[in-house]
Ligand binder design. Sequence first.
Ligand code: AMP
Length: 185
Amino acid sequence: MVALNEKEKEYLLSKIRDVYDFPKPGIIYKDITTLLNDKKAFNFLIEHLTKRYENLDFEFITGIESRGFIFAGALAAKLNKAFVPIRKPKKLPYTTISEKYSLEYGVDEIEIHIDAFSTSTQNPPKALLIDDLIATGGTASAAVKLLGKINVECVEACFLINLKFLKGDIQIAKTTPVYSVLEVF
Ligand code: AMP
């Protein structure tokens, strides 16, 4: 499957804004709104993901709240796939199943609608997972587990940015292919 060359990666990276000490001191926040605000860069990214995934066999694109929705939604429309949201607790209105995961302090949880894959013609249903960024990998690992709980095969976990130094991808890669458009070392 296709990946970007170094020049293309530099181009997209140059569109992402680093915001220092947000949301707390010591964090360099990767602000993707500057990329989304640039129609050429946003389109370039979606075209790249389209090329990467147009020949892969799956029916659903699951996006993780909230920035994952932007890329997952755009790509789902482009590739004629169904979109499935994975959300924070108490946001989804129908019956959900959930998965808890550890944070630096405390726990968090994500949810999915129990019937989100009921229209599948595949057994098991196959889904691509998308989020904007992988840091420690806690959120994405929980998302892969959540899909497994309802017997959905995650064909690949895809991120725009991988904060490589946090090694969040390593745990997920044991069970699921991982693709990051951009890596930050
Ligand atoms: P994690 O579960 O640690 O992999 O964190 C991933 C989630 O937190 C993603 O949904 C990101 O949007 C967000 N996130 C974590 N660190 C950053 C960062 N440095 N810049 C932007 N978003 C971040």
